[in-house]
Design a protein around this ligand. Structure first.
Ligand code: C2E
Ligand code: MG
Ligand code: MG
Length: 782
């Protein structure tokens, strides 16, 4: 209802004050009215008493006069003799001497003889009273006028003498002056139309009131034309049966009029008090609410993150509250500063963290040329294992400091425990790569940790500038992916390759489609032939899987095979390949080419007992014409079971080849233990064999080593005749690569195997002959 405390307090106080005022006013009015009523009742009773006393005195006087004249003087005799003139003379003398207003004689016959003459009838009331002898002095109506009268029997049975005095209305009214309460006093008599008298007209209310009082006279409220009043009707004794009352009436309004000033003053004082109270409560409320408003405003600001101190004067509770509030604001500000620092810094090295780097690059200038480098420390786990966690943190801190010196003001942060990130401006991808390589050179300078110098090797993955609508978080992610990709390529610096990475969400759905692809024939097997330098024929081939996706086209096995390994689909895929290889080996044998087919077996499957059983079952009768290619790392990851299973395969007559030799952690100890008959040197070395002396030397010594261990050697990735003839010269046993053929379906392989010219070309090349194209154009060879 109230939006402001000040208004609420003011209205509350004013309301309470008004209530108190009304209570005081009501009780004052009640007490005054009650007092007025009590006082009025007392006054009415007192006036009535005075009147009654006066009335009695006068009646006693009239009775005395009547008795005196009825027994003395000449009146009894004149009445006895019915000497009317004498009666009249007597009556006249009586009136004069006793100063009475009325005097007459009622004869024994009931005739009235007054000064003015004789009348025949007496009122029935009087007649009855006289007959009964109950001659109570009292009111009497005679000739339409009210009298106060008394009767006395005239001696010697001369009738009755009546003496009366006219009711003096002014005199009656004057009784009101005996009272301090203004009232009207009058004698009212019952007439044919009801009760009436001087200044009082007949009314039903008046009639009912007097009729009630007639039985039990007492002060009672009466509603008159002028308002509420208190009235008393006292019945008067009657001589002739005439009904009359002394009627007193005091208006309450008149009675209360002296108090009106008092009540008026009370109201004025009350109103003045109210105004004063409203004003003072307004100011007092302001005194309370102002500091509260200030605090409320400051709290609101605090909620919005604005730290504002408040100033409240004085030394009261509010001032102390303000002090506490200010202390709280200071503490909060400090805590927020610390939280923000923790949120944007790496606790271990105090370098800015990923969130800080993201924030910095979001506000960096020239975002369209901003490249982000993820700098990974190579073999981090080994380094940490060697120097401990504390020194590794120190190492990362020093690398961070070095980066900050090399690229001042560049956004920098620690992306992972072994990865630092830095953003810099470059004009092109080539420029970015150049800068990244320069960074590698600088960062790889030995780092001094205490007394020791530590050699550091780093790899840098670069994320190109963010595209429109791309988040900074995804740029950081791409830099990390680029780092992985660069490491896989065994380079020192490289840019993110989106095509190679693919879309993770799409890749996941791809796995769901893999099983279906195996059933629908979308997955095929191709074979890449191997040329045997010793026999001069193609006597084996590597079976490789191909997937042509209906929507995405050909998908590289380098993408889906690792994914199948991760998601557990590799077993189904490998079993399918094996079954297919067995079937196609038969086709080849039937066509007169009993080639040995090599199938790649994933590392994960070598430890799977069920798979081993199933593989042996599938290989079954053609196992002597099958070879399993396994990588060295497959054994390193799971040496015990892998070695046992490989022994089993070898014992059953399956050929084992070590694939991609030289690309991993080539270990002589495993080389010695593996029951392999063939060693395939990774294409990485073969491709540079003609250009790199080092690689040529490595290949040559590997061939010698393998021969020493009793193994055949296959060179992978033979693309050029020069490499081919060089390998032949190195005493290599087998060659596999695009020069011989790309992987092809089985029918194409059969056609290829039947191509005599091709075989001749291989032989010539092995012996240092010109390349295939030249050979084809050569009429002698054609
Ligand atoms: P890998 O076993 O080392 O297979 C040789 C890869 O080198 C094949 O790639 C082949 O096409 C490629 N290659 C052959 N000659 C040349 C050449 O002269 N130059 C170049 N640059 N490359 C050449 P592909 O078919 O893309 O397979 C890649 C890898 O995928 C394979 O490497 C193998 O590890 C895996 N893979 C392929 N098929 C299967 C399979 O059926 N099962 C399993 N577990 N892995 C497979
Ligand atoms: Mg292979
Ligand atoms: Mg290979």
């Amino acid at each position: 209802m109230f939006r402001r405390l000040r208004a609420k307090l003011t209205v509350l106080y004013a309301g309470l004050f008004c209530l108190a005022l009304m209570l005081i006013g009501a009780s004052a009015s009640f007490v005054i009215t009650r007092n007025a009523k009590t006082l009025t009742a007392a006054e009415l009773n007192q006036v009535s008493g005075s009147f009654t006393r006066d009335w009695s005195i006068r009646l006693a006087h009239l009775r005395g006069v009547a008795a005196h004249y009825a027994n003395n003087h000449d009146l009894p005799r004149a009445a006895h003799d019915r000497d009317d003139p004498a009666i009249r003379a007597g009556l006249s003398g009586l009136r004069e001497s006793a100063s009475a207003d009325l005097a007459f004689v009622i004869t024994r016959e009931g005739l009235i003889i007054s000064e003015s003459g004789a009348r025949s009838s007496v009122s029935p009331g009087l007649q009855m009273a006289l007959a009964n002898g109950e001659v109570t002095p009292g009111i009497m109506s005679f000739g339409g006028t009210l009298y106060q009268a008394a009767a006395a029997p005239i001696s010697e049975n001369g009738g009755w003498l009546i003496v009366g005095e006219r009711v003096d209305n002014e005199r009656v009214a004057a009784f009101s002056e005996l009272s301090e309460v203004p009232m009207r006093v009058a004698i009212l008599a019952r007439g044919t139309g009801g009760w009436s008298g001087q200044d009082f007209n007949t009314s039903d209310v008046l009639d009912a009131f007097i009729d009630r009082s007639w039985r039990t006279p007492q002060v009672e409220p009466l509603r008159t034309g002028e308002g509420p009043a208190q009235a008393l009707a006292t019945p008067l004794p009657s001589l002739d049966g005439t009904q009359a009352v002394l009627f007193e009436c005091a208006s309450l309004a008149d009675m209360l009029s002296p108090y009106a000033t008092l009540l008026g003053s009370l109201i004025v004082i009350g109103l003045a008090g109210l105004v004063f109270l409203v004003a003072s409560s307004w100011f007092m409320a302001r005194g309370i609410t102002e500091p509260m408003s200030t605090l409320e405003y400051a709290s609101r600001k605090l909620r919005e993150g604005v730290y504002e101190a408040v100033t409240v004067k004085g030394r009261d509770e509010f001032a102390r509250l303000a002090e506490s509030f200010n202390a709280m604001v200071t503490a909060l500000r400090e805590r927020e500063r610390r939280i923000t620092h923790l949120a944007f810094h790496d606790g271990e090295t105090r370098l800015p963290n990923r969130a800080a780097l993201e924030r910095r690059i979001s506000s960096a200038e020239q975002p369209e040329r901003l490249y982000l480098a993820a700098i990974g420390v190579d073999r981090f786990d080994h380094v940490r294992g060697a120097i401990g966690f504390a020194l590794t943190a120190d190492l990362m801190r020093k690398l961070g400091a070095r980066l900050a010196r090399l690229l001042p003001h560049a956004p920098l942060g620690r992306l992972a425990s072994d990865v630092l990130g830095v953003a810099f401006i470059a004009t092109s991808e080539a420029d970015a790569l150049k800068r990244a390589r320069a960074l590698v050179a600088n960062l790889e300078q030995p780092v001094s940790l205490g007394e020791h110098n530590v050699d550091v090797h780093v790899t840098i993955g670069l994320a190109p500038p963010a595209q429109k609508g791309e988040t900074h978080a995804s740029v950081l992610e791409r830099a990390s992916i680029a780092l992985d990709q660069t490491r896989k390529r065994r380079q020192k610096a490289g840019v993110y390759d989106g095509a190679a990475y693919g879309d993770p969400s799409r890749n996941l759905s791809l796995m769901g489609e893999l099983r279906r692809a195996l059933e629908t024939g979308a997955i095929e097997l191709v074979h890449q032939p191997k040329y045997n330098f010793r026999t001069g024929v193609i006597d084996s081939a590597e079976s490789l899987v191909r997937w042509v996706h209906p929507a995405r086209g050909p998908i590289s096995p380098e993408l889906f095979v690792p994914m199948a390994e991760e998601t557990g689909h590799i077993r189904a895929l490998t079993e399918w390949v094996l079954e297919r290889a067995v079937a196609e080996q038969k086709i080849l044998s039937d066509a007169g080419w009993p080639l040995t087919l090599a199938v790649n077996i994933s590392a994960r499957l070598l430890g799977d007992g069920d798979f081993i059983e199933r593989a042996a079952e599938i290989a079954g009768p053609v196992r002597h014409k099958l070879c399993f290619e396994i990588t060295e790392t497959a054994v390193i990851d799971n040496p015990v079971s892998a070695l046992v299973n490989l022994e089993l395969f070898a014992a059953s007559g399956l050929r084992i080849a070590i694939d991609d030799y030289g690309s991993g952690l080539s270990s002589l100890s495993y080389l010695k233990q593996l029951p392999a008959q063939e060693l395939k040197i990774d294409k990485m070395f073969i491709q540079n064999i003609t250009s790199s002396q080092r690689d040529a030397l490595l290949v040559r010594s590997t061939i010698d080593l393998a021969h020493g261990l009793g193994m055949y050697v296959t060179a992978e990735g033979v693309e050029t005749p020069a490499a081919f003839s060089l390998l032949a010269g190195m005493n290599c046993d087998l060659a596999q690569g695009y020069l011989i053929s790309r992987p092809v379906p089985v029918d194409e392989l059969i056609t290829l195997l039947s191509d005599e010219r091709r075989l001749r070309f291989y032989k010539q090349t092995a012996a240092g002959a010109p390349n295939l194209a030249e050979a084809r154009n050569d009429p002698k060879t054609a």
